[in-house]
Design a protein around this ligand. Structure first.
Ligand code: IMP
Ligand code: MG
Length: 177
């Protein structure tokens, strides 16, 4: 408690930019004429979403969902509620869910199930990072930025205890002690 975590860069802003450009090209190829709805999961996806959609030069809409907090610190509780829902009709639409990290898979699996009940025409997942070593619920990631090791990351929108979201690089917290 109280000690400052030590951060090391895992992916630089330049590496992130390359990955986001690649994802944008993949998404453009698949959604060019579909007028998709991109749904970002708050808060962690906000910076990724902002950079991604700036590279998409075709009609699309942006929505956000927010789930109940996973709690403080670095452990997930596994309990989820929707606290801010999608505002527009997604029935019949092509929907792309935008996530910062797929860790245990609980969040993404929950939202894919939740959104599929609203009967979109299609539903896919784009994740900036994937931590497969921690997976508990199987999740298919259609568009992936980075596979990451089993480390706690922060920066580029992603928090540690609500801190470090503003960092332009993706960093990992070094183990203490
Ligand atoms: P999951 O439900 O276990 O897949 O976790 C998804 C959410 O947990 C992510 O959207 C993050 O908000 C959070 N999370 C998981 N791993 C990390 C991490 O390394 N750093 C920061 N947040 C994380
Ligand atoms: Mg989070």
């Amino acid at each position: 408690m109280g000690s400052e975590p030590k951060l090391s860069v895992l992916f630089t802003r330049d590496e992130i930019e390359v990955a986001v450009n690649r994802l944008a090209a993949e998404i453009r190829r698949d959604y060019l004429t579909k007028h998709p709805i991109l749904i970002g999961i708050l808060k962690g996806s906000f910076m990724f979403m902002a950079d991604l959609i700036r590279r998409l030069d075709f009609p699309l809409e942006v929505e956000f969902v927010r789930l109940s907090s996973y709690g403080r610190g670095t452990k997930s509780s596994g309990k989820i509620r929707v606290v801010h829902d999608v505002q527009s009709e997604i029935r019949g639409r092509d929907v792309l869910l935008i996530e910062d990290i797929v860790d245990t898979g609980t969040t993404a699996a929950f939202l894919l199930d939740y959104l599929s009940q609203k009967e979109p025409n299609s539903l896919k997942l784009c994740a900036l990072t994937d931590k497969p070593a921690r997976r508990q619920v199987p999740v298919n990631i259609d568009y992936l930025g980075f596979t990451i090791p089993d480390k706690f990351i922060a920066g580029y929108g992603i928090d540690w205890d609500e801190r470090f979201r503003h960092l332009p690089d993706i960093c990992f917290l070094e183990d203490e002690g």
